[in-house]
Design a protein around this ligand. Structure first.
Ligand code: CUK
Ligand code: CUA
Length: 649
């Protein structure tokens, strides 16, 4: 294959380039010369040809990757692996002007506050795209914050965080933010148990009073927001719920959640007990939680709930009695929980096991419907027989975590301890596996259209925790590493390494880029991105003004290449100032910024955007304001003065 590739590439170059020589490595030396000089193999050149994207050409897929404790989303093009954007979600970010006085402050600091505390970071794990009929629809992206138990809604028309919902029940989440196949619900499940609602109780009461929960956030597709009043939750035992997945097609109406602490270890508690590390690893089996959410909906509708911190909760006792919640054993210290594209099976990987276990959805449904249980747990939840619930198990290596799927019936499992991606046939467990080494210690794995009912195959990405020797050493805090893997051929091949230097990605989803329907400007000019409507305070040219009402000063300002109108604002120290900014632009990429020196005020003014900033002019002096985006030849001149007269002058 390579000689023909070489010929093709050389032929393209011969018109105006010298003949390849084997000697040295300038750009004029032709492909063979460059290969020799750079020590490239045929596979390297093939990988480059598969990923290199010439200037002006667009990527076929976009990845939305969690930014881990960076609290953001990283948007990456595939196959080029070019980073396209960071979307700030749970932390302030200056480029997007998020968290520096503008309208986004309400989302970040008000909606996002927990227990009266402003949260300025998040630990994000599982981005999930909205779905219609089990396919990504390109409308919204949801994201969980493990650290502060929150869920965010990102609008994919403008890639902005539009809502943060603070979970009022649990202190920590992990299984989220997963969507049902028509995005009726965004699901968030707890991780570390605590008394629901945030009350105090000592660790001696762990079993009696600590709990987990699964929260079903109702998504209003019309408004593009979670409707908290229509949302509800299910109380769960304190078993450290882990990953979750929503059923689809054959399993629509069901949710599956792993757990890893059925021992109910609360750590050493300073009493010589084992750390959670071993305390939570005693049992050979933990419990997969099988949730019948359609039945749960009927309990909620019938008022069989208690209200905790404003949210309706189905009690653990009711959930057990009504088989809203049923358990089945899962080996050992399970982590990933991934429903197959057809919805007929759920694959679970055990961190301390060597198998991937394939649960059969139909068998589990029948066992529950027929009341065939092998016992109850301490909380009265019925347990299914493990062997009767599974199709089988496949040995995949040490420490299987997460599984994704292609279009040919193969599963791709990330195997942490072995540092491999293992391809196996989840319908024919006898078929030999293929293991590909990755660098190093893979966590999640993502596949093209992988969580839909029709994955594309083509690519998976290994999301590795360690990069070690892969990149130039940038100090002891190393980047994580994504490896793009071509799965279109008979064997898997790593074709690109991408360092991820801002947060530790956990999960990601990869969607066809042509499913996006992104805007290039807010229309009409003066549109508030958070209401989708033209602000009543937006101005047209000629309407700019400054209005004073006692100590309240309202500035109605237009923003257009290359000036702000008005460009001089004079107030008295102690005045409350509200700036109403209207971008008059509509042209592609004609973005301005607005920052006031020394006032920590900074917003981004994309074309047509309305922004609003309220602050107290508490420091007297002369403060230039200026445009932060290099928008024109006279960008530096796009400035003005904010004058604050000292008190009593
Ligand atoms: S988790 Cu991090 S690698 Cu939060 Cu989905 Cu498995
Ligand atoms: Cu507007 Cu620079």
């Amino acid at each position: 294959m390579l000689p023909s590739l070489l010929l093709t590439l050389s032929a393209c170059q011969t018109a105006d380039a010298p003949t390849p020589t084997a000697s040295a490595g300038g750009a004029d030396e032709g492909l063979a010369g460059i290969m020799t000089a750079r020590g490239l193999t045929e596979d390297d050149v093939l990988a480059a040809a598969k990923t290199y994207t010439p200037t002006g050409k667009l990527d076929e897929y976009v990845i939305f990757a969690s930014g881990g404790h960076g609290g953001n989303i990283i948007v990456i093009g595939v196959p080029s692996m070019r980073i396209l954007k960071y979307i700030s979600v749970f932390g302030p970010e200056p480029w997007q002007g998020y968290g520096y006085g503008g309208l986004g402050d309400d989302v970040l600091y008000n909606q996002g506050s927990q227990g009266g505390k402003e949260m300025t970071w998040g630990d994000v794990h599982h981005p999930n795209l909205s779905e219609t009929g089990g396919e990504y629809d390109g409308n919204y992206l949801f994201l969980n914050d493990k650290a502060n138990a929150r869920v965010a809604v990102i609008d994919l028309r403008d890639f902005m965080t539009k809502q943060i919902v603070a979970n009022p029940l649990v202190m920590s989440d992990h299984g989220g933010a997963f969507v049902t196949q028509n995005t009726d619900y965004v699901i968030e499940t707890s991780q570390y148990a605590a008394p629901l609602g945030g009350a105090y109780s000592g660790l001696d009461n762990y079993e009696a009073e600590y709990r987990g929960a699964a929260i079903f956030w109702k998504f209003d597709k019309q408004k593009g927001r979670i409707d908290q009043a229509q949302s509800w939750a299910i109380e769960l035992p304190p078993y450290a719920q882990d990953l979750a997945d929503a059923g689809k097609l054959a399993s629509d109406g069901w949710v599956y959640i792993n757990s890893w602490n059925t021992e109910m270890s609360a750590g050493s508690e300073g009493k010589g007990k084992p750390f959670a590390e071993s305390g939570a690893s005693q049992n050979d089996m933990d419990y997969m939680h099988i949730i019948d959410w359609k039945k749960a909906e009927t309990l909620v509708a019938a008022g069989k709930t208690k209200t905790i911190n404003g949210i309706r909760v189905i009690s653990l006792a009711d959930a057990a009695a009504e088989h809203v919640l049923t358990f089945v054993g899962e080996p050992k210290s399970p982590h990933g929980c991934d429903v197959t594209p057809d919805g007929t099976a759920v694959v679970v990987g055990g961190k301390l096991d060597t198998h991937a276990t394939v649960y059969d959805v139909a068998k589990m449904k029948d066992l529950i419907a027929n009341g065939q249980f092998v016992g109850k747990d301490k909380f009265g939840v019925d347990i299914l027989d493990f062997q009767a619930s599974i199709r089988g198990q496949r040995e995949v290596g040490l420490g299987p975590l997460h599984t994704v799927y292609d279009d040919k019936g193969y599963a791709y499992t990330s195997v942490f301890l072995d540092s491999t991606v293992v391809k196996w046939n989840w319908k024919n467990l006898e078929e030999p596996i293929e293991a590909l080494g990755v660098q190093y210690n893979i966590g999640h794995i993502t596949a093209a259209e992988g969580d839909t009912i029709s994955p594309d195959g083509k690519y998976v990405v290994a999301m590795n925790k360690m990069s070690q020797d892969r990149y130039v050493n940038v100090g002891p805090l190393l980047p994580q590493s994504f490896q793009l893997i071509d799965i279109s051929g008979p064997t898997m091949k790593v074709i690109y390494d991408l360092p991820l230097p801002l947060g530790e990605p956990h999960y990601a989803q990869m969607m066809k880029a042509d499913k996006l329907h992104t805007i290039t400007a807010y229309t009409p000019a003066g549109t508030n991105p958070y209401t989708d409507e033209k602000s009543t305070a937006a101005v047209a040219s000629g309407e700019e003004r400054i209005e004073r009402n006692g100590k309240q000063v309202d500035v109605y300002m237009s923003v257009i290449r290359s000036h702000f109108t008005p460009d001089m604002i004079e107030v008295n120290q102690g005045d409350t100032v509200t700036l109403h900014l209207t971008s008059m632009e509509q042209a592609l990429d004609q973005t301005h910024g607005f920052a006031i020196d020394m006032y920590n005020v900074n917003v981004s003014m994309e074309p047509g955007k309305y922004e609003e900033i309220t602050f107290v002019a508490d420091r007297a002096g002369v403060f230039p304001f200026y445009c932060t985006e290099f928008c024109s030849a006279l960008h530096l001149e796009m400035m003005g003065y904010f004058l604050v007269k000292p008190q009593g002058s």
